[in-house]
Design a protein around this ligand. Structure first.
Ligand code: ADP
Length: 368
């Protein structure tokens, strides 16, 4: 089977339902062969964008290009874009073989070509021994593979998946993540999938776009977004983050080697922090860091001098197995600190005085 590797580009795409904007000036380029996730909370516009690429929704402005060609006016069946729906939409009365062959029969391909292509694609998804079964006689994961096989057999330029794993139970979902990724690698087909689950996007996609309220917030790899979020939304949606709202104080921004930067946080005080390479401008900003990067130790302990230390009091403690999660009150601010767990480590009980050590290289300044 020869499959296409197409690029997809959205240029200034906007779509409204009545007077409600749902996609706002979306600019996005997806490379040939990429496994790409559209990630965002419910109602952020992910499905609208996916359906727009398939041709079921029409944008009011902007351009949609496949391999550089604007397909905005092309009807869905002429776009050569394959979409797998959330509920798989298999024909219950047809065998697996007939379900997969359906699109080829409609295209009036020869019997030989159909037999060859259906056989090849069923082998690819590992369902060659299930060809005579009906969808009702298959597990959820197998049904999904039939839906995928039925879509890729017509050799689309792009493969679109709408919440591909949401119909499966949790255990199977984790297993299918791996399977889906392997299958996409084998196919090499440019694939775009929608998910509201950041873990799913992070573990399967090469790159992802984070959407909120129809606005594209950031595009990048899982590690790129996690380590360098551009704003509060991305910092909080991709992983868990502590965010301190405050102000970079102008007069106290010292220059030179070993210089520090003053960050004033209402209800907490002014932190003297090492000056990062690209120092933020004076004025309102937020400081983000991850709970597992915060070291927690007893209140009178001597901390490693390379960290920035804050004195606080444990408000709550949760034991999660791999780590313990503490909510610590520092002044009027609550911070979250995760500590890796080993047998024999006693937990800090609520009420106890602790020190929190923040690793300066992991601090991220977010513009207000
Ligand atoms: P997501 O897939 O991220 O959950 P959707 O793309 O389904 O979000 O929806 C984005 C927004 O558009 C939501 O506020 C939703 O209510 C609205 N919306 C979606 N489809 C329609 C429609 N056909 N008519 C009016 N509003 C719609």
């Amino acid at each position: 089977m020869s499959l296409n590797q197409a690029s997809l580009e959205c240029r200034h795409i906007s779509l409204s339902y009545g007077s409600t904007p749902v996609l706002r000036d979306v600019n996005l380029k997806i490379e040939p062969g990429e496994f790409f996730a559209l990630l965002g909370p419910s109602g952020s516009g992910k499905s609208t964008l996916l359906r727009l690429i398939a041709g079921f929704n029409q944008h009011q402005s902007g351009e949609l290009l496949i391999d550089g060609q604007d397909i905005s006016g092309v009807p869905p069946h002429q776009r050569n874009v394959g979409m797998v729906f959330q509920n798989y939409a298999l024909w219950p009365h047809m065998t697996v073989w007939d379900n997969v062959a359906f699109g080829l029969v409609e295209r009036r391909e020869s019997r030989d070509a159909i037999a060859r292509k259906v056989g090849a694609v069923l082998e690819l998804v590992g369902l060659q021994d299930f060809a005579r079964r009906r969808p009702g006689q298959l597990s959820g994961g197998q049904q999904q593979r039939v839906a995928l096989a039925r879509t890729v057999v017509i050799e689309p330029k792009l493969l679109l998946l709408d919440e591909p794993l949401s119909n499966l139970d949790k255990q199977l979902r984790v297993q299918m993540r791996e399977e889906l990724k392997n299958l996409q690698r084998k196919l090499g087909l440019t694939t775009i999938f929608v998910t509201h689950d950041q873990e799913e996007a992070m573990t399967t996609a090469d790159r992802m776009a984070v959407l909120d309220s129809g606005l594209l917030q950031q595009v990048g790899s899982a590690a790129g977004l996690y380590d360098y979020p551009v704003n509060r939304f991305v910092a909080g949606f991709v992983g868990t983050a502590n965010v301190l709202e405050g102000e970079v104080v102008q007069g106290e921004v010292a220059q030179g080697a070993g210089a520090s930067l003053a960050f004033k946080v209402p209800g907490l005080g002014t932190l003297q922090l090492p000056r990062p390479e690209t120092a933020p401008a004076a004025g309102p900003a937020a400081l983000a860091f991850r709970p597992h990067q915060v070291h927690i130790c007893v209140g009178d302990g001597q901390g490693d001098a390379s960290r920035v230390w804050l004195d606080g009091r444990v408000e709550s403690a949760e034991f999660l197995g791999e780590f313990s999660r503490y909510r610590v009150r520092v002044g009027e601010v609550a911070l979250v600190a995760d500590q890796p767990h080993y047998a024999g480590i006693a937990m800090f009980p609520p009420g106890v005085a602790v020190r929190l050590g923040i690793e300066p290289t992991q601090l991220r300044y977010l513009a207000a």
